[in-house]
Design a protein around this ligand. Structure first.
Ligand code: IMP
Length: 194
């Protein structure tokens, strides 16, 4: 069965291909299916945005689809940057966005935060299924480490013994992260239903 990953990010496509091909799917990127659209993320939650992206691709291809949406939510910043993680405060670089979080938390006692990843799977009947992984932690008081991407240098997950995600090996993230948790839920679902 054909499945389109609603993205053109090569890393993301490869990751999903590794998971989904053993489940019997033939995996395509949006480009490979000639779907040249940039879906406007107008939802107010990760779930809504993941569904918007998946539905747009399903409507144009009629194939099974996988999409995801993820980000960092900081308690003391009223859940920001949340769904705006990739474009927080309109800042151009990941480094600037990390500094904005650190500045926003200056003097804050509560540094709790969580990464969230929502995967949307649309099956061959057009029905959608949502899988959300949450990774709780705190925001560090300075950047540390070079592994990973995005907010990894300032995020200390509750299972990381005080180290930022970016200071730990990638294998740690592959096992414990919000994305790993959502992917496990998706795989459990597919194992039961396919
Ligand atoms: P998207 O879901 O790929 O659009 O990612 C949204 C944004 O959330 C990214 O640009 C990052 O800023 C942030 N983000 C999502 N997942 C992670 C992660 O695992 N580590 C660090 N930042 C992340």
């Amino acid at each position: 069965m054909e499945l389109v990953v609603a993205s053109n990010n090569a890393g993301k496509i490869r990751e999903y291909r590794d998971i989904l091909e053993p489940m019997g799917f033939q995996v395509f990127s949006q480009d490979e299916k000639q779907v040249h659209i940039e879906v406007e993320e107008t939802g107010t939650t990760f779930e809504e945005n993941a569904l918007l992206k998946a539905q747009a691709v399903y409507d144009r291809t009629g194939c099974c689809v996988i999409s995801d949406d993820s980000g960092l939510s900081v308690d003391a910043l009223n859940g920001e940057p949340g769904i705006y993680s990739a474009r927080y405060q309109g800042l151009a670089t990941e480094h600037e966005r990390r500094l904005a979080i650190l500045k926003g938390l200056e003097g804050a006692k509560n540094r709790k935060a969580k990464f969230v990843c929502c995967i949307c799977y649309i099956d061959e009947t057009g029905e959608h299924h949502l899988f959300t992984g949450v990774w709780p932690g705190v925001i560090a008081d300075h950047e540390e480490g070079t592994n990973g991407f995005g907010y990894d240098p300032i995020f200390i997950s509750e299972d990381a013994k005080g180290k930022t995600t970016a200071s730990l090996p990638i294998s740690f993230k592959e096992q414990y992260s919000h994305r790993a948790k959502a992917v496990r839920q998706l795989m459990d679902y597919l194992k039961q239903h396919r």
